[in-house]
Design a protein around this ligand. Sequence first.
Ligand SMILES: [Ca+2]
Length: 200
Amino acid sequence: MPRRLIVLGAVLLHLCSPVFAQNLIVNPTFDTDVVSWDVPDGFGFILRHDPTDGSAAAGAAEVEGAAPGGPFSPFVIVQQCVDLGPIAGKPLTLMAEIKPVDHQPSLARLAVTYWGTAGCVDPFIDSASVEGAATLGIWNPVAGDLPTPPPGAVSALILIGVDTPVADPTLLTRFDDVFVGPVAEIFGDGFESGDTSGWE
Ligand SMILES: [Ca+2]
């Protein structure tokens, strides 16, 4: 094969490869443990590793407890604080797999609270969330985009969870495959909007 075609083939292979944006989450697939994750204090939630898998990478996080109420009341949650520095000024994509095990939630929710100091401590700045279906007994892919984090936001507490019926707040839920990162630029400059500024 002429060398020119070989080079062209290599270039096309590169262009056709999927582009994976930077994931701000540590231990997103829970392969062997739930290190770097926790649950809200004071509500008696139990967080543990479970060998059940929601993806190609073994293991998931499992949370058991009664939803406490709160800003997304009632909400059973696994959470992680991330540094926004690596993606400053960019809108966020949130994705996760969620499996309700023993009760039917009202919906799945991926939420963010923004903080003005590293480590997700005061001052609180703002919050945002996206919702999705959470069908009992199956892995539900939940995803959505959020606007650019508000000015002054240094860190973000990522809350992956399910809303539960007020009359039945007890819930055992598994979580896997969490992604939080910048919205892929190919969609930010997508043809759908008529904006072709990212193309030439
Ligand atoms: Ca996994």
